[in-house]
Structure formats: structure tokens, C-alpha cells
Design a protein around this ligand. Structure first.
Ligand SMILES: Cc1cc2nc3c(=O)[nH]c(=O)nc-3n(C[C@H](O)[C@H](O)[C@H](O)COP(=O)(O)OP(=O)(O)OC[C@H]3O[C@@H](n4cnc5c(N)ncnc54)[C@H](O)[C@@H]3O)c2cc1C
Length: 355
């Protein structure tokens, strides 16, 4: 009989791990604490969906860049399997700054030039790429190899595609305790061949060094704006990005606050994000706010992800601000790892990616 895995958490990491496991012939049960109605409260739904290994060099290190480079190809593979097309674009990112912030801009983008090849990091005339921004910005930095995906469209489709392939997703089933081979819910304990912890910040109490970094964002409808690709505005105090979605919708994000607070979005964050967006394009002044989002990014001290493995229990966590960039690569790495070290031989604790 095929082996049976329990995955705890149906965020993007849990879902893509399920996808890899079924390709190995495993049976998979996913536990998700939120009901299907509340599921959109998960951090994975709050994300901007940017697949931006070059842009992230502004604050992330080389490991994230190298892991993230292969993500666009993997996303293409994942999207091709979905039952209907979703909003997934690979037309790059544009970095901008207002004239007064140029010194900060040069500082913030230095590492992008260090790692990117000439064809991957290009100075452009903004009006050539984004005509509606040409009056306010003359020159920008274009990163043609980056992409973006509408995560809010993607996740329900991916979940239902996995269900169609036989994955059981138990919504509204909070896991009270997990240990090697065992998952415990209010209904009792169940045994599995392996338990995979993908709880994100939900694992904070039993994961050493895990912390929450709160992010806030807005989903808006702006029919007077026509921007084709993610635009990042560099600012010394906060960085704002504008990510296009289908049907004149835009995602404006995001704050980064060292806190795991689930409280509503503050006036300060709203003013910063929305006024920065308005400074990029005056058409945002007439936009309507569709949804105000917040989520808690799960992060380790070094802001890098970690996969820890012991017999019967694996944890994949710490995706921080790179959950969509890195989850396909981490899920694939986990699958390869499992093929090399079958669970019955997993009698040591491994930590890989970076221990
Ligand atoms: C504002 C914002 C913008 C972002 N933008 C981007 C971006 O543009 N690109 C990018 O790559 N990343 C981005 N991120 C980061 C990305 O969202 C996270 O890295 C990612 O969501 C982490 O995925 P995860 O599956 O590990 O955790 P989560 O998304 O948090 O999923 C964990 C799941 O586990 C469930 N769970 C928790 N505890 C239990 C339990 N006891 N029992 C059962 N279920 C449980 C939760 O309900 C949740 O559904 C952003 C994050 C934020 C907040």
C-alpha cells in the first residue's frame, strides 16, 4: 500500500508539498485550521505574488537569489496543470525612485547589479516601458526576468486540483499537537508514515527562533491606471510596490513590521502605502479599495527558509517574504531529499537549505 503523509497547513508551502508527494505516489491528507470560508485569512492570501529574485537582493542574501532563480520555470509547470488559466505574468519588474531619493535608490540596488548579468538588469526610459509613468519618472531599472502571479486566484484552484488528484484537505481541522508520525486534533490522534509541518507562523510556539513579521497591503480597483508590470518605488523609510492584477485591479504593498499582531491595518500604514502609490500615478486617487489585507510572515533569525527532517517529522518554514518565490523550489528539494533518504531511514535530524 502507498505511504500516507499528513501535511499540517494548507498555505502555499503545504499545497506545493502535497503536489510533489502525490507525484511520488503518496497518499496525502492536509489539515487546515481555517474553514473554507475563513481560509482567505492565511498569510498566503495576503501576499503580493511577486516572483522577484533580483528585486529581493535589495534586502535578501545570495541564497534566496539562487533558490529563487528557478522559480519562474517551476511556476509555469504548476500553472500548466491547473484546470483553468490564471493571472501569471513574466514581464519583469520596474524599479523607480523620486529624484530626491536617488542616493537611497543607488544604495538599495547595488547588490542587484552585483549579481545580475547585463541582460538581467537594464536601465530604461520609463515612458518606453510604462507610458503612463513617463511624466513623473524619466529613468528606471528594469529586471526583465521577474514575474508575478495572482495568489488569490491561484490557491483555491491549486487546492481543488489537488483534491481532484486524491489529496484530502480537511478545512477547519486545527492540529493541536504534532510529533513524529502522529497528528492530534480534537477528534483524536492519527498515525502517518510522515508528518510535515507547514504551519507558517502557526508553528511559532514549538519552533526555535521562528518569529512573525507583519505585512499590510491593499487590493484596489483603479480603472484609470494602466500599469503592466510590478513597480517598486524606492524610498528611504518604506518601500512600496504596485502589482497589477486582472481587470484593472492592483495590489499595493507592503509594510514590514517586527510583530505577529493580527490587529487591523493602522492609519499610518495606510497613509504610507496609499500616498506612495498616489505619488507614482495620480489615477490611484480615484481608485476604490476592494480589500485591506494583512498577514504574518514566518521568519527565522537569518530570514532564510529551513527544512528540518527527523524520522517521521519534517518542518518546512521560515519563508518570510519569499513564500511564492521559494515554495516551488523548496517543495521540489524536499521531494528529491525524500527520494535519496526514504523515511524509514530518516533516523537522523537533518537541516538543509541552511541549518
Ligand atoms: C503583505 C505580504 C506580502 C507578501 N508578498 C509576497 C510576495 O510578493 N512574494 C512572495 O514570494 N512572498 C510574499 N509574501 C510572503 C508569503 O506570503 C509567505 O512567505 C507565505 O505565505 C508563507 O507560506 P506558508 O505556507 O509557509 O505559511 P502560511 O501562508 O502562513 O500558511 C500556513 C497555513 O497553516 C495553517 N495552520 C497554522 N497552524 C495550524 C494548525 N495548528 N492546524 C492546522 N493548520 C494550521 C494556517 O491557517 C495557514 O493556512 C508576503 C507576505 C505578506 C504578509
Amino acid at each position: 500500500m502507498s505511504k500516507h503523509a499528513a501535511i499540517v497547513g494548507a498555505g502555499i508551502m503545504g499545497l506545493l508539498t502535497a503536489r510533489e508527494l502525490i507525484s511520488l505516489g503518496w497518499r496525502v491528507t492536509v489539515y487546515e485550521k481555517y474553514s473554507e470560508m475563513e481560509y482567505r485569512n492565511s498569510t498566503s492570501f495576503a501576499a503580493g505574488g511577486m516572483l522577484a529574485p533580483f528585486s529581493e537582493l535589495e534586502s535578501a542574501d545570495e541564497l534566496i537569489f539562487k533558490l529563487g532563480l528557478s522559480s519562474i520555470d517551476l511556476w509555469r509547470e504548476i500553472c500548466d496543470e491547473l484546470p483553468s488559466p490564471i493571472f501569471f505574468k513574466t514581464n519583469g519588474t520596474l524599479f523607480l525612485s523620486h529624484q530626491r531619493d536617488k542616493p537611497h535608490f543607488e544604495n538599495a540596488t547595488r547588490r542587484i547589479f552585483q549579481y545580475g548579468k547585463e541582460s538581467e538588469v537594464q536601465w530604461v526610459k520609463v515612458s518606453d516601458l510604462e507610458p503612463e509613468l513617463g511624466d513623473s519618472f524619466e529613468q528606471g531599472l528594469y529586471l526583465p526576468k521577474e514575474g508575478h502571479i495572482d495568489n488569490r486566484q491561484l490557491i483555491p484552484l491549486l487546492a481543488s486540483r489537488l483534491e481532484g488528484e486524491g489529496v484530502r484537505i480537511l478545512y477547519g481541522e486545527s492540529v493541536l499537537d504534532l510529533r513524529p508520525y502522529v497528528v492530534e486534533t480534537a477528534k483524536g490522534s492519527l498515525l502517518y508514515d510522515i508528518v510535515i509541518d507547514c504551519r507558517g507562523i502557526g508553528a511559532v510556539e514549538d519552533t526555535a527562533d521562528l518569529r512573525g513579521v507583519r505585512g499590510e497591503a491593499f487590493l484596489i480597483h483603479a480603472p484609470e491606471v494602466n500599469i503592466q508590470r510590478p513597480v517598486r518605488l524606492m524610498h528611504p523609510r518604506y518601500a512600496v510596490y504596485i502589482v497589477p492584477r486582472a481587470n484593472d485591479h492592483y495590489y499595493i504593498g507592503a509594510t514590514s513590521i517586527e510583530s505577529a499582531s493580527e490587529s487591523p491595518v493602522t492609519i499610518r500604514s495606510s497613509l504610507e502605502l496609499l500616498s506612495a502609490a498616489y505619488s507614482v500615478h495620480k489615477g490611484f486617487g480615484e481608485a476604490s479599495i476592494v480589500e485591506i489585507l494583512h498577514g504574518i510572515r514566518p521568519a527565522f533569525r537569518n530570514n532564510a527558509p529551513k527544512i528540518s527532517f527527523e524520522a517521521g517529522l519534517v518542518s518546512i518554514n521560515g519563508l518570510y517574504r519569499h513564500g511564492f518565490l521559494l515554495s516551488p523550489v523548496l517543495a521540489r528539494a524536499f521531494k528529491n531529499f525524500l527520494q535519496d533518504f526514504p523515511v524509514e531511514h530518516g533516523d537522523q535530524i537533518f537541516s538543509f537549505i541552511r541549518g
